[in-house]
Design a binder for this molecule. Sequence first.
Ligand SMILES: [Zn+2]
Length: 688
Amino acid sequence: MVISLGLGTMLLSGMTKNEAKERIEKLRQLIEHHRYLYHVLDKQEISDAALDALKHELKQLEDQYPDLITADSPTQRVGGVALEKFAKVTHQAPMLSIEDVFSFTEFQEWEARIAKFVDGKSLEYYAMLKIDGLALSLVYEGGTLKSAATRGDGRIGEDVTHNIKTIEAIPLSLRQPSADEFAAIGVAPFDVTRGRFEIRGEVYMPKDAFETLNNERKERGEELFANPRNVAAGSIRQLDPTITATRPLEFFAWRMVSDVGQGTHSVGVEVVKALGYRPSLGRVAKTRADVQAFFDEIGKKRDALNFWIDGVVVRVNDDRVFDSLGIVGKTPRGIVAWKFPAEESTTVVESVDWYVGRTGALTPVATVTPTFIAGTTVTHATLHNADEIERLGLMVGDTVILTKAGDIIPKITRVLPELRSGKETSVPLPSTCPMCGSPVERREGEVALVCTNANCFAVERERVLHAVRAFGIDGLGDKIVEKLLNAKLVNTPPDIFTLTPDELQGVEGFAEVSAKKLADEIAGKKVIDLDAFIVALGIRHVGAETAFSLAQAFGDIDHLVHASKEELLSISDIGEVVADAIVEFFASEYALHVLAEYHKVGVHVNKAKAVKRTLAGLSFVVTGTLESMGRDEVKEKIRLMGGSVVGSVSKKTSYVVVGAEPGSKAQKAQELGVPVLNEAQFLKLLEG
Ligand SMILES: [Zn+2]
C-alpha cells in the first residue's frame, strides 16, 4: 500500500523510491558479501536466519518496485559459484532455488498467487522436510553412478563424484525394482541399466556425528565447526576423498528428476526408494490444512530428529501442473519453503528511550520496526546500559540483528553498519532524568546511570508497583499505577490503601464493578507478614531472603527501624553494604513518611512468628564452651530473642552462661551474686 503525498510516492514505512533504491543496493551488496563468505569460503559470520531476513526485506522491496530488479540481484540467483579447483558439470535441468515464506499467512499468499495460474482450481501438494544440508544432483548411466554435482550457480555445478562415492547412503549402481514393485508404485517397468537417470537430494551430517566431530576437534585444540551444513559442504568439496571418507555423511533423496512416467512428485518419491535411495520424510497434503498439520507435526518432532531441518518444503504434486506454473526469476512458482520461526531477524532501530527503574537506574530500550521472531511480533529490545550501546556501536536508524533465545526479552546482538544511509544519529546519553529532569549520575563501580532525585516519578511508579507485588495485590498493573500517579491519587505506596471505589471509577478504564472489585482486593491485603512488609519498603539490596532474615532477627518492624549497624552486622547473612543501605533507608525522611502513612491507613504488620522475645531487657555474659552451639550462635540466639550480650560481668548483668572450661568470669559472677546458668539451664531458658 502506498500513499501519494504529492511529493513523490512515499511508502507507509516512510521510504521514498530513491531511498528504497539505495536500500536495495546496500542490501544486495551485504547479501552478496555473506553469500560469498558462505558459499565460496565456507565461512559464516551471521546466522542463516539473519541472512534470510535480509533477503526477505530485499524481495519485499523488489516486489514493491519491480522496475528496480536487476539481473544480478541476489533474488535472481541461486547457490554459489563453482570453485575453480573442481571440474564443472552443466546441469541438464537447472537446479533452481526455492522461495521462502515465514508464516502461514505468507504461505496462503503463495497459494493465492499460484491459484491465479490454475484458474482457482484446488491443488494437491507434496509436503516434505527441508533438510539443512547441501543439495546434490546424481546422474546414473548404464545403471551406475556417472556424476555427482553440487548446485553451483544453478546451471553449472562442481563435480564432486569422487567424494560422493565415500557416502554409503548413495548407491553406486541403481537397484533394479521387480515387475511387482513397479506395479505397486504405478509406473511402467523400466530397465535401470538403459538410459540416463537423475536423482536429487540433500547430503547432510547427522547431529550426533557433528557433535562427536566437534568434540574431537576441541580435544585437539582445533577450531570448531559453526554448523553441520558447513561441515557437510566442506567435506564434499574436499580435493582429497580420504578426508571426506572420515566424515560420517548421510543422504536423503527428495526428487526423481528424470521422467519415468511418475506423473506426480509422490510417485517419484516411491520410485527413488525402489531404486535404492532413502527418501526424505514427506507426504501428500490435499489441502492447506493438511500442509499446516504436517508443518506443526514436524515442528514438534524437530528436536528429536538426528538431523537439522529448517522448515517444510511444499510442492505442487502434479508434475504437469508444476511445470505449467513455470519459473519466476530463478525460483519455480510451484514450490515453496515454509521455514520454522527464526530466533533471529533483522530490523531497524527507530529510537532509544531511557526508562527509570525502582532503584533509579536508567535502562536504554530500543524501539524497533516490528519484526516477527520465534512466533511473536517484537517491537522493543533491551540494551542493558550505556556500555552495551558503545560495545555494539549502535546508532539510531541502524539495521540490527535481533536475537531471541527462550523467553528472554529480545536482544540486539549485532549492528550492520554496511546498511547505513548516512542519516543515522548517535544514541543520546541522558544527562538528566527523562522522567523528572533531575541530573543523572554514574555510581562508583556501577555501569548504570542513575537518577539523583529520590522522588522521581518513575522511581515512585516502580516503588508503588514493587509494594503492590509485595502486598500481593492483584489487578493493579503498571498502566493503572501510572494513571493513579498522574491523577495524584497515589504518591507513595501507602496511598494505595486510601483508594476508594469512587476514586477508582474516575480513572480511565474502570467501571463501577471493576472499581469496587479492586478496592475490595486492596482492602483484603491490609494485613501483611513482617518479611513481606520489609520487601514492600523497597530498601536497596534487600530482597525476599534478606527480608526474611531481618524479620527473624528483629521480630517486629519497630526493632528493625531502630537497629544499629552493629546489630545488623551480627546477622549472619548481612554484610557492610546491606547494613549501610538499611540504616540509610530508615534514617531517610521518605522512610519516616511511608511508615507513618502505612500506620495511618491501617496496614497491620504481623510480627515474625518464629521469634519469641522472651529475653527482652535481659543482659548476658557467655563464658566457656557450650556443647550444643558455638559462641557466635549463642550470641545471635540471645539477640534474636531480645536479649543483649555484654563482654564483662557487672551487678547489672542478668545471667552468666557458663560452659566447659570457663574463665574468671564465672567466679566474678559468684562474687557479685549474678545468677549462673549451665548449658542445660540456658537451653531451657531459650525454650521459654
Ligand atoms: Zn528522575
